[in-house]
Design a protein around this ligand. Structure first.
Ligand code: UGA
Length: 445
C-alpha cells in the first residue's frame, strides 16, 4: 500500500520506517526541511534503538521523506496523522492535528480514488469524528464514507522499545467509521501475521489508548501508595508484599505443566520514585480533564496523579534520615532520564529531586549513561557536576540517589564496597539487594 505519514516525531518516524520495512511504500512528511534532509540521508533525528539500521535499510527504496504533504497524499492510498498533541493543562492541543487535516482535506480534491485518513496521534475520544472528519469534508468538498474513509489507530510503543513494539505488536486497534474503512486500515497490518485485531469505531479506539496508559499509571501509583504505607508502619518491605501479591494466579497464571507465567505488567506493581515521560503524566491528566468536561469527576485518576507528584520527594525524605543539612554535602544522582534506554527527561522524577538538592546547596554529582546533554539543557542555570562515569560520580559523596533503572547501576555495590567511608544508597527503583551495600534505603522499605 502507498502510505503518507504526516509528522516525523517519535510515533510518525517509527511507524513510517517500520511500515516500509514491512513492504509498504511510505512517504514521511514534515515541515522541517532539516529533519527531512536528515531522514533522506539515513540519519534519524531522534534516538531509538534499532531505528538507524532500519532507516538506512529502507531509505531511498520503499521510504522517502518530503516537506510536501499535498503531493504525498495525492500519491498515497492512506494517510497517517502522527503529529504532537501537547497537553496545555486543561485540554490537549489539537492545532497540529487541525492543520494537517486541513492540508490532507485540500489535497483530496485532487485525488480521484478512495483515500483513507487515519489518526495515529493520541487524541481524546471524539477527536477523529468531531474534529478531523468535518475538516476533511469541508476542505475536500467530498463526503466521508463515500470518497474517503476516516479511522483511528492508536500506537502502543514504549520509548526505547519502539521498533520492537511496532514490529511485534501485542494488539492492533483498528478504529473506523464503516467496514470499508476498517478493512483498509486492517490491510496496512496484513504483513503482521497472527496478531489480534480489535475492530471498532474511532471513539473506542481513542479510549483504548487512554485506558491502557491510565491503568498502567494507576498500578504504579497504587504500588507507591502501598509502599509508602509499608515504610511508615515499619518492618514491612513493599517488595516482599508485592511478590506475595504477584503470586496470585490471576496475576501470574500457573500453566498445566506447573510453570508460572509472570506477565511483564507485574513490574508496574513495584514501588519506586514515580512515573514520568511524555505519555503517562500527560495522558492521565488529559483523560481527567476530558472526563470532567463530560461531568465525571475522575477521582481515582486524580489520586494517581497526586500520589505520583509526591513520590520524588520520598527520595529526599529518606535522605533526611541520614543527612538533615545538605549544604555543601556531596550527593551523587544516578539516572536522569525518565526511564532507562532513552535520553528523554520529560517529567523525569530526577528533575524535582535535583532541583531540591540544588536549592539546599548540596554539591550534585550527576551521572546518566546517555541523558547528560539533555540534562544540561533541562538544568541550565543550576550548578551541577556531570560525571563522565558512575565511578566518577561517586567521588567523595556522602549519599547516592538512584533514580533510573539503568542496567549498569547493578554494578553500584561493587564500587561502593571499595569506598573508604560508605555513602548511604537510596534506591528509588528497588533494583539493588538490600544487603548489597553497607547503608541502604529503598522506597517502600
Ligand atoms: C508508555 C506505555 O508503556 C506504552 O504502551 C505507550 O504506547 C506509551 O506510553 C505512549 O503512550 O506512547 P513509555 O512512556 O515509553 O510508554 O514508558 P514506560 O516504559 O511504560 O514507562 C513510563 C514510566 O513508568 C517511566 O517513568 C517508568 O520509570 C515508569 N515505570 C515503568 C515504573 O515506575 N514501573 C514500571 O514497572 C514500569
Amino acid at each position: 500500500m502507498k502510505i503518507a505519514v504526516a509528522g516525523t516525531g517519535y510515533v510518525g518516524l517509527v511507524s513510517g520506517v517500520c511500515l516500509a520495512a514491512k513492504g509498504h511504500d511510505v512517504i514521511c512528511v514534515d515541515l522541517d526541511q532539516e529533519k527531512v534532509d536528515k531522514i533522506n540521508r539515513g540519519e534519524p533525528p531522534i534516538y531509538e534503538i534499532g531505528l538507524e539500521a532500519l532507516l538506512k535499510d529502507n531509505i531511498g527504496k520503499r521510504l522517502r521523506a518530503s516537506t510536501d504533504l499535498r503531493e504525498a497524499v495525492i500519491a498515497s492510498d492512506l494517510s497517517l496523522i502522527a503529529v504532537g498533541t501537547p497537553f496545555d493543562g486543561s485540554a490537549i492541543d489539537v492545532s497540529f492535528i487541525r492543520q494537517v487535516a486541513r492540508e490532507i482535506g485540500f489535497a483530496l480534491r485532487e485525488r480521484d480514488e478512495y483515500h483513507m485518513v487515519v489518526v495515529k496521534s493520541t487524541v481524546v475520544p471524539g477527536t477523529t469524528d468531531d474534529v478531523v472528519l468535518p475538516i476533511l469534508e469541508r476542505e475536500s468538498n467530498k463526503k466521508a464514507g463515500v470518497h474517503f474513509g476516516v479511522g483511528m489507530n492508536p500506537e502502543f510503543l514504549r520509548e526505547g522499545d519502539a521498533i520492537s513494539d511496532f514490529m511485534n505488536p501485542d494488539r492492533i486497534v483498528v478504529g473506523g467509521n464503516d467496514e470499508k474503512a476498517r478493512d483498509m486500515l486492517a490491510a496496512v497490518y496484513a504483513p503482521f501475521e497472527g496478531v489480534e485485531i480489535v475492530r471498532t469505531n474511532p471513539k473506542t479506539a481513542e479510549m483504548i489508548k487512554y485506558a491502557a496508559n491510565s491503568l498502567l499509571a494507576t498500578l504504579i501509583s497504587f504500588s507507591n501508595e502501598i509502599g509508602n504505607l509499608c515504610a511508615s508502619i515499619g518492618e514491612i518491605d513493599a517488595q516482599e508484599v508485592m511478590r506475595g501479591v504477584h503470586l496470585d494466579k490471576r496475576f501470574s497464571p500457573i500453566m498445566a505443566d506447573g510453570t508460572r507465567v509472570s506477565p511483564s505488567s507485574n513490574t508496574y506493581l513495584e514501588a519506586g520514585c514515580g512515573f514520568g515521560g511524555s505519555c503517562f503524566p500527560k495522558d492521565v491528566k488529559a483523560l481527567i480533564a476530558h472526563g470532567k468536561r463530560h461531568g465525571r469527576d475522575m477521582a481515582l485518576l486524580d489520586a494517581v496523579v497526586s500520589v505520583n507528584a509526591e513520590q520524588p520527594a520520598k527520595m529526599i525524605e529518606l535522605l533526611d534520615k541520614h543527612i538533615a543539612n545538605r549544604k555543601g554535602v556531596k550527593v551523587a544522582v544516578l539516572g536522569l532520564a525518565f526511564k532507562p534506554g532513552t535520553d528523554d527527561m520529560r517529567e523525569s522524577p530526577a528533575i524535582p529531586v535535583v532541583q531540591t538538592l540544588a536549592e539546599e546547596g548540596a554539591i550534585i554529582q550527576a551521572f546518566d549513561p546517555i541523558a547528560v546533554d539533555e540534562a544540561r539543557h533541562t538544568f541550565s542555570g543550576l550548578d551541577i557536576h556531570y560525571a563522565p562515569s558512575m565511578a566518577a560520580a561517586l567521588d567523595g559523596v556522602e549519599a547516592i540517589l538512584l533514580m533510573t533503572r539503568w542496567d549498569e547501576f547493578a554494578g553500584l555495590p561493587a564500587l561502593v564496597s571499595s569506598m573508604d567511608s560508605p555513602p548511604v544508597v537510596i534506591d528509588g527503583r528497588r533494583m539493588l539487594a538490600k544487603d548489597s551495600v553497607p547503608r541502604y534505603e529503598g522506597i517502600g522499605l
